[in-house]
Design a protein around this ligand. Structure first.
Ligand code: SAM
Length: 221
């Protein structure tokens, strides 16, 4: 009963504010057709990320964890013609799916999709230099979230917005004796962000089609 109402309200909100167009629906279909579980953010989360990107008038966005490109499309649509989004994906099959979806959405010229481990590609971005970025969205493997945070700070400037997905994990984050490496990874991130004077941070929780979870959000000082 309780979860039904959360789901219904989430769908009510997305029906009003976050309707998926053909490109986003095709992205969801491509995931099902490939036989993958859908790890993409929800439509409401996509529109929330786009709202944040628009709010700060982001021109350069970095995403770690592309999967099928669903969140990439929501974020890239916030960019003006001169904006660029770099997205990092480890799995070549996910990257191939994302490339098609991003192309279908007409965003091939805006999005630079790079294939490899985040922790290997981030030093390359630093050397280029590809940053500083206006916004960085992290939604990849959870154990190194605290390391991604350090990299995000390196690739930032004052005012850069950092967003980390899945930091509440249905409340499992409360378990101090966890043996789950994903939970331990986000616990490390959350503690570090909370104690860090380099950025001002908080966590917002959400409940709906993506169950009960949260995003850590920070603005770099
Ligand atoms: N942000 C996507 C969206 O909402 O549409 C969903 C991303 S999914 C939760 C996580 C993705 O991170 C997967 O495609 C996975 O292959 C990728 N990934 C896992 N480990 C990674 C790593 N070390 N570096 C880069 N990507 C990684």
């Amino acid at each position: 009963m309780e979860s039904d109402i959360f789901l219904a309200v989430d769908n009510y909100i997305s029906g009003l504010f976050a309707k998926e167009d053909e490109a986003l629906q095709a992205t969801r279909r491509s995931i099902a057709d490939a036989g993958f579980d859908d790890m993409s953010i929800s439509a409401n989360q996509g529109s929330f990320l786009q709202l944040l990107a628009r709010l700060i008038r982001a021109q350069r966005i970095l995403e770690i964890g592309t999967f099928a490109g669903y969140s990439t499309i929501w974020l890239a649509r916030s960019l003006a013609k001169t904006g660029r989004l770099i997205t990092l994906e480890f799995d070549p099959m996910h990257a191939a799916m994302a490339k098609k979806n991003i192309g279908r959405a007409g965003l091939a010229d805006v999005v630079d999709l790079r294939v490899g481990r985040g922790l290997d590609l981030l030093p390359v971005l630093e050397k280029e230099p590809a940053g500083p970025f206006d916004m960085i969205f992290v939604d990849a493997d959870k154990p190194p979230y605290a390391e991604y945070y350090e990299w995000a700070l390196k690739l930032s400037k004052p005012g850069t917005l950092l967003v980390f997905d899945n930091v509440v994990r249905e409340g499992k984050v409360l378990d101090e004796n966890t043996t789950d490496e994903k939970v331990a990874g986000v616990q490390r991130l959350n503690s570090r962000m909370a104690a860090d004077s380099r950025a001002f941070s908080t966590i917002i929780t959400s409940i709906g089609t993506k169950y009960y979870d949260g995003m850590a959000i920070a603005v770099v000082n």
